[in-house]
Ligand binder design. Structure first.
Ligand code: HEM
Length: 212
């Protein structure tokens, strides 16, 4: 879970840094999207790697959930949790919500199925090349309040998932001694917050008309 989760965390951070170029305008974001498309076979290697990591992550999550239930088939009469955080107790649910997000996100931005009218624009780069206008697609998408609000809600669940996942990852891999756990937990929450702010800033600033 730790390794496959880390692959996805790394992707989400890189994807966010790439997407933040929306603040630098259409030329920058569209040239970046074109650069990624031009990676050709390498892009497919990355896509397949992400897919394998995702499936592996979900399969192990289901196995762990089963092992937990089998270890205690009769649930506690009274559940008075003291130690476990909300994030840790809801990992399976935040994970399922992220799966829903991902399916919607791919239908929206990668396949252009949910809003085909946002997907068909083309842009002429300064070098004359005609490319898919990813910038217009993002702006037109996030100008719709329901879409922007849905993204912000999903980004909250992503942050909740990450805030627990990163801490557990370091424990699973045994990278730091247990005495560092409180510091690691704080660091994980801080990283999750940065990803939340970075990703949510885009729908918020587009919806409010700061980026047009
Ligand atoms: C506000 C936040 C986000 C924005 C603005 C955004 C934007 C985009 C855009 C524009 C594309 C299509 C790129 C293209 O066709 O050139 C895309 C693809 C994708 N996004 Fe996001 N994204 C966001 C958050 C996320 C998150 C949180 C995840 C993962 C949990 C994610 C996973 C993906 C994946 C897997 C693809 C497909 C990449 C590919 O196969 O080429 N995105 N995103």
């Amino acid at each position: 879970m730790a390794i496959t989760g880390f692959i996805w965390f790394g992707f989400v951070v890189m994807h966010m840094l790439g997407n933040l170029q929306v603040y630098q305008g259409a030329e920058k974001l569209n040239a970046y999207a074109k650069f990624l498309k031009d990676l050709g076979p390498l892009l497919w290697v990355a896509r397949i790697g992400l897919l394998v990591a995702f499936v592996g992550h979900v399969v192990v999550a289901i196995q762990l959930k089963r092992e937990n239930s089998n270890a205690r088939p009769v649930s506690y009469a009274k559940n008075s949790t003291i130690q476990a955080s909300l994030a840790s107790r809801t990992m399976i649910y935040s994970g399922l919500l992220l799966l829903t997000f991902l399916v919607y996100h791919l239908l929206h931005f990668t396949l252009g199925i949910t809003n085909p009218e946002h997907y068909t624009n083309v842009y002429q780069l300064k070098n004359g090349e005609m490319v898919h206008d990813v910038y217009a697609m993002v702006i037109l998408g996030f100008q719709q309040a329901p879409i922007s609000i849905a993204y912000i809600v999903f980004m909250f669940f992503l942050a909740l998932h990450f805030s627990h996942a990163l801490g557990s990852m370091f424990q699973s891999l045994g990278i730091f001694a247990p005495k560092h756990n409180p510091t690691i937990q704080k660091l994980s929450s801080a990283l999750a917050l940065i990803v939340f702010i970075g990703n949510s800033s885009m729908p918020i600033s587009i919806l409010l008309g700061f980026v047009k």
